[in-house]
Ligand binder design. Structure first.
Ligand code: 3SK
Length: 522
């Protein structure tokens, strides 16, 4: 692949690409449809509105909107104007927003009515708050008129002079940020260029997913996550496809309703969601949906979940791994080369290395730290030199995940670097034990950590969520332990097992093992 041209604006690129599709639906949300023509008009108007508010090129604006048709208008409108949207999770606390507003020095906030109280609190708590305008998307048919400094989004768009030409940005200019949260420390402002979404759309969206104009796509992951941004914006708009949006929580029922009503051909989920969908008594029949393909990320997809889903719906789930720093998936299965239980092979255009503690590549079959080289890597973490240096190592990026390659070259997930356990001097991947646990017919979900025993030796401890209606009993505990012992090397089986109602998870559905470790330590 040749890079995009030196002078490049990603929003203008998408608009040029879809200029012949003015009447085609680009987005469908709960309130209606937005055609490609109206999307382009909205982008031009939003860019005009930012200029009218004196928000200038390279300044940052915080974007905290649910997944509605307003999201792509605001995100791409900002890009078109050369203004840098910082897309953030809508489920954060006022304290989180205060940190982000101060850190990115946002000049404006684009949000929805129900988040205004959190942002009022956050602005009051932000030292050196630079916010000059708050643009509010109304959640009713009435405009959101909230006082000086607040603007109703629809009013603003209606009054704006559409901007005729995009800002003269270069492909390596800063286009947008996403915050990446690690298991410790403050969220990191991950800075992406205009070229980066182009690369992910070409290398993964087009080549791996084979997205086409005829596709209707639906992502359970929200647009403010790197995973959701590619799934529901940069990939489909790069081929003129249609996107179904879900503004609320992606419960199995909400997902089923959209699969049945809008018949998406491509669905992007996370392993826990696929598992809950399969466990639901309300799952639609195969002939009620029109899926041709699914993608999964966030954490490794258990083999059994992938197999059962394909058996039920015919569609394969392509398990892959990406990161906020690489913007999207760089290692993935493919429809014509899929091995459930593995994360597949590198997406063409990315190079991977598994390195040992000495920094050298490990022999095939051994677990190593995953490093990635590829064209969509972020530039840096904003004002965080220390963490930038540890992650962006020359042309390579350290993912923080452990992997090994099987005899056929497929990459198999072995846990996060910091979640790995060493039991009796041997590495135990919590994921491997979890995968064995959820093969048990009574187990819905499981998380595994290391627990220090009375001898100060690390043993495996499992937290287990049972399938609906099942009651924990000592017999069931013994049965599950024996079940795992039969399947894995004996030192890996969970000596300790605790039944819990739910597991702590990030908003993307990743199990927060560190929270379980903290709980165990106290
Ligand atoms: O969780 C992932 O694997 C992922 C995939 C795509 C983009 C971002 C992330 C974190």
């Amino acid at each position: 692949h040749a890079a995009p041209p030196e002078r490049f604006n990603f929003a203008a690129h998408l608009m040029a690409l879809n200029a012949g599709r003015a009447a085609k639906p680009a987005y469908i949300d709960d309130r209606g449809t937005l055609s490609y023509g109206r999307l382009a008009d909205g982008i031009r108007r939003f860019a005009g509105a930012l200029a009218a508010l004196d928000i200038r090129r390279e300044e940052r604006v915080l974007l905290a909107l649910p997944d509605t048709r307003d999201w792509p208008v605001a995100f791409l409108g900002a890009l078109y104007a050369g203004v840098v949207p910082v897309a953030v999770n809508t489920l954060l606390t006022a304290a989180d927003y205060a940190y982000m507003l101060g850190h990115c020095r946002a000049q404006a906030i684009i949000t929805s009515e129900s988040l205004v109280p959190a942002f009022r609190e956050a602005m009051a708590a932000t030292a050196g708050n630079e916010v000059r305008h708050v643009i509010v998307a109304s959640e009713t048919d009435e405009p959101a008129r909230l006082g000086p400094g607040f603007h109703d989004l629809r009013d603003l768009l209606a009054a704006a002079t559409p901007r005729a030409d995009a800002a003269h940005t270069a492909r390596d200019d800063i286009a947008f940020w996403l915050y990446s949260s690690g298991s410790t420390g403050k969220p990191k402002g991950t800075v992406h260029t205009h070229a980066n979404p182009w690369w992910t759309a070409e290398l993964y969206g087009r080549e791996v997913l084979r997205l086409a104009e005829s596709d209707i796509v639906f992502s359970a992951a929200k647009l403010f996550f790197a995973y959701g941004l590619g799934n529901g914006l940069t990939f489909p708009l790069s081929v003129g496809a249609t996107v179904v949006l879900l503004p609320g929580r992606p419960t199995p029922d909400a997902v089923f309703r959209r699969l049945v009503d809008h018949k998406p051909t491509v669905f992007y989920g996370v392993p826990t969601l696929f598992a809950s969908m399969l466990a639901s008594p309300d799952a639609p029949a195969a002939d009620q949906v029109a899926l041709r393909l699914c993608a999964s990320a966030g954490e490794a997809l258990p083999k059994e979940i992938g197999e059962r889903f394909t058996q039920r719906y015919g569609a394969k789930i392509l398990d892959g791994i990406g990161s906020t720093e690489m913007l999207h998936i760089f290692l993935s299965n493919r429809a014509d080369d899929l091995r459930y239980g593995s994360t597949g092979k590198p997406v063409p255009g990315y190079e991977l290395e598994l390195r040992g503690d000495d920094g050298r590549p490990v022999p095939r079959g051994e677990v190593g730290d995953l490093y990635i080289k590829g064209p969509s890597a972020a530039l840096m973490y904003w004002t965080n030199r220390e963490k930038s240096c540890c992650t962006f190592v020359g042309e390579w990026l350290k993912s923080g995940d452990k992997y090994f390659q099987d005899a056929d070259g497929y990459y198999v997930y072995a846990g996060r670097s910091d979640d790995m356990l060493k039991v009796s001097g041997l590495y135990v991947s919590p994921f491997e034990v979890e995968a064995a646990l959820i093969e048990h017919p009574s187990v819905l979900e499981a998380a595994v950590i290391g627990k220090v025993d009375h001898d100060q030796l690390v043993k495996t401890k499992a937290f287990v969520v049972l399938k609906g209606g099942l009651l924990p009993t000592p017999e069931l505990e013994a049965e599950i332990k024996a079940f795992v012992k039969e399947r894995l090397a004996p030192f890996k089986y969970p000596r300790y097992l605790e039944f819990v109602k739910e597991l702590p998870k990030t908003a993307t559905g990743k199990i927060q093992r560190f929270k379980l470790r903290e709980r165990e330590a106290n």
